[in-house]
Design a protein around this ligand. Structure first.
Ligand SMILES: [Zn+2]
Length: 338
């Protein structure tokens, strides 16, 4: 079978690999229906994360189960499944609290940009559908695996509730999914910070009520003016840079929460400043497993269409072009057809 290996920054290859096999009785093997490239895959691609050995890329996936280990009980061959990018047992205390992304047995999925993939902890990680989903729903079901689950977590962590004013910092795929999530949770005003026309358009389609293109002090002033000078009731930080985090904290009103899901790179906090800001923060890798059943239902009943976030769809064999397109911001998010 074929899959994707990153050998060095900028060097992604589609190459022949060994077929994955059951290694633990809790494993499953799936045949991918589709997979995609994540914004976080660009960190090593751009040299921001070290690559010490060839990396099997890909952690967003959905597909058909082809084989299960002897201990797997909840999924069986032939079923269509979606899983989280974090592998979890879904039984430990952290999982019971809904933080499967801090599972005592946590592992991070790898190797999903391939024709087949091994899914450890299958019972605790995968959720099956009752029947084979319609082909046109595959992109949206794939989105649930990480990008929608992460945007949803940003809104959940920011405690978005009906009637609130919400600011979404970041117009990447996760930020756009944050807009969708805030809309579903009943936010009244959703201000998307975006400078790119195509992303602004998609944000508006997903439920943004306002677009703020300005950044820095200008952006903060504009949002303050839009929120009676007090700031927003909830803020979603979906980038992970010092600039975006500062932006998020300064547009959040005292007493509000910032949900931060952009993996921080070089972000630092001034403790005393944070103290006087009186803003709460919750972030981290999204516990997608908690949201999977609900989000899959929303997709299967066609209430949401997160798959529109994939503005490039190419064959898996052309994965290197997908990385280039996302790196050069020609694509918001690239779906790889398997
Ligand atoms: Zn667990």
């Amino acid at each position: 079978m074929y899959g994707t290996i990153m050998h060095a920054p900028g060097d992604v290859r589609y190459e022949e690999l060994a077929m994955p096999t059951i290694q633990q009785p809790t494993d499953a093997i799936i045949k991918l229906s589709a997979t995609c490239i994540c914004g976080s895959d660009l960190w090593p691609y751009r040299g921001a994360n070290a690559i010490t050995a060839p990396m099997a890329m890909g952690h967003e996936y959905c597909g058909i189960v082809v084989e299960v280990g002897s201990d797997v009980k909840t999924v069986k061959p032939g079923q269509f499944v979606v899983g989280s990018f974090v592998l979890s047992d879904n039984t430990c205390p952290h999982c019971a609290h809904g933080f499967q992304s801090s599972c005592e047995q946590r592992e991070f999925m790898t190797g999903a940009q391939a024709e087949y993939a091994r899914i450890p902890l299958a019972d605790g990680t995968l959720v099956s559908t009752d029947s084979q989903p319609d082909e046109d729903l595959i992109p949206s079901l794939l989105a649930v695996s990480d990008v929608l689950g992460t945007g949803w977590y940003a809104a959940d962590a920011a405690r978005v509730q009906a009637g609130m004013s919400v600011v979404v910092v970041g117009d990447g795929a996760v930020g756009l999914m944050g807009v969708l999530a805030a809309k579903q949770m009943g936010a009244e005003r959703i201000i998307a910070m975006s400078r790119h026309k195509s992303r602004q358009d998609l944000a508006l389609e997903y439920g943004a009520t306002d677009i703020v293109a300005e950044r820095g002090e200008e952006g903060i002033a504009k949002i303050k003016a839009m929120t009676n000078r007090i700031g927003a009731d909830a803020v979603l930080e979906c980038v992970g840079t010092q600039e975006s985090m500062t932006q998020a904290l300064q547009v959040a009103r005292p007493g509000s929460m910032v949900g931060f899901v952009g993996v921080p790179h070089g972000v630092q906090f001034d403790g005393q400043k944070l103290f006087f800001t009186q803003v709460g923060m919750l972030g981290g890798p999204a516990p997608v497993r908690r949201f999977l059943p609900h989000l899959m239902d929303l997709v299967l009943s066609r209430k949401i269409n997160p798959g529109k976030v994939f503005d490039q769809q190419i064959p898996l064999a052309d994965v290197a072009e997908g990385y280039r397109a996302m790196d050069e911001r020609r694509a918001i998010k690239t779906l790889l057809r398997v």
